[in-house]
Design a binder for this molecule. Sequence first.
Ligand SMILES: CC(C)(COP(=O)(O)OP(=O)(O)OC[C@H]1O[C@@H](n2cnc3c(N)ncnc32)[C@H](O)[C@@H]1OP(=O)(O)O)[C@@H](O)C(=O)NCCC(=O)NCCS
Length: 162
Amino acid sequence: MNGGGTGVDGGARIRPMTFADVPAVCRVGQRAFPDAWIASDYEGELGQPTSRSWVLVAEGDIVAYLVASRVMDELQILHIAVDPRAQRRGLGRRFLAGVLGEQRRDGMALATLEVRASNVPAIGLYASAGFVQVGRRKGYYRNNGEDALLMNLEPTSGSEGA
Ligand SMILES: CC(C)(COP(=O)(O)OP(=O)(O)OC[C@H]1O[C@@H](n2cnc3c(N)ncnc32)[C@H](O)[C@@H]1OP(=O)(O)O)[C@@H](O)C(=O)NCCC(=O)NCCS
C-alpha cells in the first residue's frame, strides 16, 4: 500500500501514516477518544520497525487512522478512529477492510486486538469485519477497571478488503 494509496468507496484513499501526519492524526484522536494518545505516542509507534499504520484521506483531510503492529504473519491492531464528523457513514468498515485486504495479500495469517467491553461501536465494527471474541481480560483498563475483550480474525474469516 505505497505510492498513491488504496481507494475506498466515496473517493477516500488509504495510505501509510507518516511522521508529518501526526498533528492531524492527533486532532482526529482527540475528537474521537476521551483518552487519546499524544503526539509522542504516535511518533514512538511509527518509529518501531514493526509499525504498520495508515490514514484515510478524503478531500485532502485525514478523516481516520489505524495504528497497528506487524510481527511475522500477525497484525495487532492498536487503534482505529474515525473523525466523529465522518462517523456512521461506513468509512470505518471500508478503511478496516482495505487494510486487512492489503495485509492478507502481504501474508497476514492472523489479526488480533483488544477492545473495551463497553465500546459497542468498535465491537460492532470489528464483528462486521469478521473478528470473533476469543477471550476476556478482567479489569484490564487501569483508568476504570473495565474488562478487555480479545478478538481475532482468523485466516479464512472476514470479508476481503479492497
Ligand atoms: C469505532 C469507529 C472507528 C467506527 O467508525 P465508523 O466509520 O463510524 O463505522 P461505520 O460507519 O463503518 O460502521 C461499521 C459498523 O460499526 C458498528 N458501529 C459503528 N458505530 C456504531 C454506533 N455508534 N453504535 C453501534 N454500532 C456502531 C456497526 O456495527 C456498523 O455497522 P452498521 O452501520 O451496519 O450498523 C468509530 O466509532 C470511532 O472512531 N470511535 C472512537 C474511537 C474508538 O473507540 N476506536 C476503537 C477502539 S481503538
